[in-house]
Design a protein around this ligand. Sequence first.
Ligand SMILES: Nc1ncnc2c1ncn2[C@@H]1O[C@H](COP(=O)(O)OP(=O)(O)OP(=O)(O)O)[C@@H](O)[C@H]1O
Length: 255
Amino acid sequence: MEVLLESRALSKTFTSGNEQEYQVLKAIDLQIRKGEFVAVMGPSGSGKSTLLYNISGMDQASGGSVKFGGMELTGMSEQELSDLRLTRMGFIFQQIHLLKNLTLLDNIILTAYMAKKQSRKGLNDRAMSLMKQSGIEGLANHDITQASGGQLQRVAICRALINQPDMIFGDEPTGALNSKSAGEIMELLADINRSGTTILLVTHDVKVAAKTDRILFMMDGSLVDENRLGKYRKELDDLRAREEKLTGWLAGLGF
Ligand SMILES: Nc1ncnc2c1ncn2[C@@H]1O[C@H](COP(=O)(O)OP(=O)(O)OP(=O)(O)O)[C@@H](O)[C@H]1O
């Protein structure tokens, strides 16, 4: 499979208040292939979110290279990065960030509509079809006060998919949900992945990671190990066995 995202010797350094430099990412070499579903795990503060921001062009690396779809991100202007994120990437976070005075459907299409590249009718139709696929088509004209946390995360997933991105980045997308909703969101993401969208997400949750193909383990700014579980097949695979395999692996890494 073709490589979609690649980093080489990616580093990120922050400068603290007293001018001390603090290296959060240390020479990260990473390859994500088209169609993969990858999770990043590791201790708090190990640099997982920073990695996600730097490989998706939300933040600028301090050194090394990041290529997405063959294009070098380091050195792109803010406008170029913003266009790339809007047209080829989708983002989902623990905090959902929806606007309260809009309907859920309008929340889904807002950013794509502001980019003025697609008609309102085309966006509405696509948003409705995504809402249907996500099991929330009945909520199109509701606002954020009329939906549960799990339903709002589905809205955020529809928003992330509105421009048919090549890749979705998720930072703890199930972190604020109860375990039932988290499981359902992961089933939805697994379906989206099966239909071709590459996904990378950061998670602390073994149950979440067990539904991905490959789990990277990050420690102190470096990727130190990975576990290839292979694609999760809902009807055939024993999810409990995948979770146990991961739990044993993580325990071996001291996590
Ligand atoms: N903008 C910033 N300025 C300064 N330091 C930062 C900044 N962003 C992150 N850091 C520091 O970088 C380190 C890694 O943070 P990061 O959020 O990437 O870790 P994480 O593995 O995602 O943690 P968690 O699991 O707790 O979310 C932390 O020590 C954090 O304080």
